[in-house]
Design a binder for this molecule. Sequence first.
Ligand SMILES: NC(=O)c1ccc[n+]([C@@H]2O[C@H](COP(=O)([O-])OP(=O)(O)OC[C@H]3O[C@@H](n4cnc5c(N)ncnc54)[C@H](OP(=O)(O)O)[C@@H]3O)[C@@H](O)[C@H]2O)c1
Length: 250
Amino acid sequence: MSAAPLQGRTVLVTGGTRGIGRAISLQLARAGARVLANHARNESAAAALGAAAAAEGLELSTLRADLTSAKGMESIREAVAATTALSLVHAAATGVHKPSESLTLRHWDFTHALNVRAFFELVQLLRPHFGPGSAIVPISSAGAVRAVPAYAAIGSSKAALEALARHLAAELAPAGVRVNIVAPGSVLTEAWDAFPDKAARIAAAAARTPRGHLVRPEEVASLVQFLLSPASEGIVGQTLVIDGGAQIVE
Ligand SMILES: NC(=O)c1ccc[n+]([C@@H]2O[C@H](COP(=O)([O-])OP(=O)(O)OC[C@H]3O[C@@H](n4cnc5c(N)ncnc54)[C@H](OP(=O)(O)O)[C@@H]3O)[C@@H](O)[C@H]2O)c1
């Protein structure tokens, strides 16, 4: 593999300025891609990423666009207007953590709007910009296939995301566009701040992995880079679990 395996490629990374998305944006830019790192609200995180990328001389620009709004989608359309052989990583996600009996339809719609509906809308919008060599990688989670406490809204959105991605994989493969899903286990990011018992949850999650520590955002980014590169050419429509072995142990 050359030093810049993604040279000449453009990649839109949704939710690309914080957490796992940030690590993906940086890794892909370091691999030679021109990266559009999307975010919704947190300008300081976007500015910090922009500065870090500029310091390394990377081709990375941040793009503020709420993917649950028509205006946000219009910003994406404008940003990619002149782009061909575009790739897409959908890392943006949100959700309401509650047991199902406490979930309202508003919670449901809010969660599914970004996690799966926006992905569907993006793929429709970006279709003219995909071409041979393009890759699409939505980021799912273990909750798509396992019952995680207070995770019904998010888990169901991720299950829908995975099912949609498999259908897209079959539909787009003849055009040379590959779709694969990355499903991380527990990864240490700011998303954990939402839990009041954060430290206990992290310790419990780490104890469940044979390695004894959580997956790092950079490890997820390496897998995404692999799925965007010709090295993974034969992999189509798969869900790749990256959880440090959590699922294989009792
Ligand atoms: N962390 C974990 O343990 C874990 C485990 C399994 C799977 N995952 C998945 O990995 C992905 C990244 O997770 P993370 O923990 O790194 O997330 P995070 O730190 O919470 O970052 C979320 C990103 O999504 C963006 N975003 C939120 N609402 C948006 C909207 N309406 N439009 C566009 N962008 C929006 C945020 O932008 P702002 O900065 O502007 O708010 C931010 O860049 C998600 O798909 C998550 O489900 C995470």
